[in-house]
Design a protein around this ligand. Structure first.
Ligand code: FES
Length: 85
């Protein structure tokens, strides 16, 4: 099973006017829209259950992390090589 976590303590992350949260999944980092697919609840304040799903804090909807990171709106953060000074 993949280990996943939500960086709920970070300040809001905005890109193009939309709020994202940092999600760790399968040793990778992602920016995921902080907007529940159900009715827009703040997924950032949900929790990861034992089945690698995020449980939304608003109506307790359950969403597979593998599907959330596969959404077109999700941004995968890649390591960038250091640049020479
Ligand atoms: S808004 Fe997330 S389950 Fe309803």
């Amino acid at each position: 099973m993949a280990a996943s976590w939500i960086a709920a303590d970070l300040p809001p992350i905005y890109r193009d006017g939309r709020e994202y949260f940092l999600l760790g999944h399968d040793d990778r980092l992602y920016l995921v829209l902080n907007r529940c697919p159900h009715r827009g609840g703040p997924l950032k304040f949900g929790f990861v259950n034992g089945d690698d799903e995020i449980v939304c804090p608003l109506h307790h909807g359950v969403f597979k992390i593998a599907q959330l990171v596969a959404q077109a709106s999700t941004i995968r953060l890649d390591e960038q090589p250091a640049t020479a000074p």
